[in-house]
Design a binder for this molecule. Structure first.
Ligand SMILES: [Zn+2]
Ligand SMILES: [Zn+2]
Length: 166
């Protein structure tokens, strides 16, 4: 093997190696962005970024992608939203205090551990209501600004059954 053949072979192997590396990075970017966003535009942009930097060995493209990609994958985002949902549901059902996370009873108006207000009594039937509810599920009296009105004159709330009978 003379020197020119050696150089030709070396550059061929080197070129092949660079090509495979480029292909690997493009495929990796594609898989990675697929797990991170459902936005088609972002996906195409990320893969293009990796493809376009071919002449410069596409490491700058990879670097740019790593800087710009969404921080968490869709799986991570999904499990985090599930956790938050479960926490909110427990707080809403009054299983635990949303301030100190101590176990509390559903009927508690205040947390006995940290004094946080957990529920408020219905302006009409006085049953404990979650702070997240907009009306009383027991008697239908609205909460909030309207609640004051009904608290003053409880009889003004029309009974649905009384209207249909007649
Ligand atoms: Zn508490
Ligand atoms: Zn009520």
């Amino acid at each position: 093997m003379d020197q020119t053949t050696g150089i030709a072979l070396g550059s061929l192997v080197g070129g092949l190696w660079l090509f495979l590396l480029w292909l690997g990075i493009v495929i990796w970017v594609y898989r990675d962005i697929r797990d991170r966003t459902e936005d088609v535009f972002l996906r195409v942009l990320s893969v293009l970024l990796a493809v376009l930097f071919f002449p410069a060995f596409n490491l700058p493209g990879l670097l740019l992608y790593l800087l710009m990609r969404p921080r968490e994958s869709l799986d991570e985002a999904y499990s985090r939203s599930l956790e938050q949902e479960a926490l909110l549901r427990e707080v809403g059902e009054g299983v635990m205090c949303y301030e100190c996370r101590q176990p509390v009873e559903r009927e508690f108006l205040f947390c006995p551990y940290c004094r946080t207000r957990l529920r408020e009594p219905c302006p009409r039937c006085r049953r404990p209501l979650s702070l997240f509810w907009v009306l009383c599920p027991y008697c239908g009296a609205p909460k909030g600004a309207e609640a004051l009105h009904y608290a003053r004159e409880p009889s003004s709330l029309a009974e649905p059954s009384a209207q249909t009978e007649g």
